[in-house]
Design a binder for this molecule. Sequence first.
Ligand code: HMG
Ligand code: MG
Length: 298
Amino acid sequence: KWPKGVTIKEVGPRDGLQNEKTFISTEDKITWINQLSESGLKHIEITSFVNPKWIPALSDATAVVTGITKVPGVTYTALVPNLYGLERAFQANIDEVAVFMSASETHNLKNINKSIDQTFPVLRDLVRETISAGKISRGYVSTVFGCPYEGHVDIDSVIRVSDRLFEMGIAELSLGDTIGVANPKQVQEVLEVLLKRFPADKLAMHFHDTRGSALANILISLEMGITIFDSSLGGLGGCPYAPGASGNVATDDLLYMLHGMGIHTGVDQNKLLHASQFIQEKIGRTLPSKSFQAASSG
Ligand code: HMG
Ligand code: MG
């Protein structure tokens, strides 16, 4: 019933830090990412090349990408919204480019200042240029399970955006529960539809844990054959253009559950414990991850 192994895509340095009030210094970001690189994680999204006025927390993207010690076998990803961002990402020699848009019109507009239809040609150029540069292109679709502005999001909108992103040539699509509103029944219903169109190994799940249902949603996704999950160390994170959004499912909690179930991830929980402690100190507040807090006090 359960897979032997799953792939964890750590998004803490990007999704985790983009919404933090405390500016984490470039040096501390680099130290933290280097710790993550040594933990057995094979995929780390380390920053974004967006407009620094929109996301000041990640305004040091170039210095971060060029400052880390890249570990062979680890893929380093950056979020990129347009060709200007791509140019910056290429100059820094990023391995993988993540493009993103929303299934709901209002969130797309608030987040990237364009309608859904205006976004398609931008992302098409981005994916084409990424692939022709010999790099990997990953896609995100946000607000799959609900929008902070529109509420319910129609599955047809999710299908339309997903179809277009795959047509462009993305290697994998991450389905975002941007504001953490999904429940397992809804996840099942959405995946039943999407898995008829796309293979399970091309889909990743990106759950924010705003209402505490992320692990339950991951469990049902696992049952349905999904084996790629995005998570953020300590449970840091949230989208500044999605009111009420809080952190991603904590990598620490996800690992505790998966390893307890005998599902292999290749990640060393002990090494990550130090990385969680490090970033908790720098952020200056208690991290949301329950298993991290239990491990720290126990
Ligand atoms: P815009 O203002 O429409 O852009 O923003 P523009 O093309 O009109 O340019 C305006 C200014 O921005 C210009 O500078 C550009 O040079 C500059 P000025 O002439 O005024 O000095 N600019 C840039 N600078 C650096 N890098 C760039 C760049 N592009 C333009 N790449 C834009 C459009 C998309 C750039 C803006 O809306 C933006 O940066 N949005 C990003 C918002 C964001 O990062 N949101 C969070 C990430 S998404 C997320 O968290 C969800 C996810 O986790 C999945 C989930 O949970 O569902 C992925
Ligand atoms: Mg997110």
